[in-house]
Design a protein. Structure first.
Length: 153
């Protein structure tokens, strides 16, 4: 329960909106943990869901890894801009890396924990929709989030 913000917070409805949840929804704590991956506003801890063996369609939010190290001007990234994914065949640190692009700009990578699943989705053509959902963080630690929609297998 410590991984959920208090429902009495003034910004609790904003927290729900960020998760794409209805603010008038009486969502259970357990369900909220699932949608939020136990990530509180302002921290980087989260539980990474396993999407293996998930054959139905679903949607999720994902932090874009490596964005802050590419020194890209946040103003060049638009909310709602479409993302594309490309295997990074020249990456010496991780030969399985997948680059994320927006408007032909390399903005980061798929988080390492999700790589095997993303490779399968790319092979199966299941990534139906991916967009920049939110910009966050501080000037010295910017964070980008992608909203991903996966189609049914």
């Amino acid at each position: 329960m410590r991984r959920l913000p208090s429902r009495r917070r003034e910004d609790f409805n904003k927290y729900l909106e960020i998760l794409r949840l209805k603010t008038d929804n009486n969502i259970s704590d357990f369900t909220l943990l699932g949608y939020s991956a136990a990530k509180l506003p302002g921290d980087d801890f989260s539980i990474c869901p396993s999407f293996e063996n998930q054959d139905n369609c679903f949607e999720f939010l994902m932090d874009i890894a490596g964005f802050r190290y590419l020194n890209i001007d946040m103003d060049k990234i638009s909310i709602g801009a479409t993302n594309s994914f490309q295997k990074d065949l020249t990456n010496q640190l991780d030969p399985n890396a997948i680059k994320i692009f927006t408007d032909n700009i390399h903005i980061g990578f798929v988080p390492r924990i999700l790589l095997s699943t993303f490779h399968q989705w790319l092979a199966d053509g299941r990534i139906e929709h991916a967009v920049i959902e939110r910009k966050n963080g501080q000037t010295d630690r910017p964070v980008l989030y992608a909203f991903i929609k996966i189609s049914k297998k």
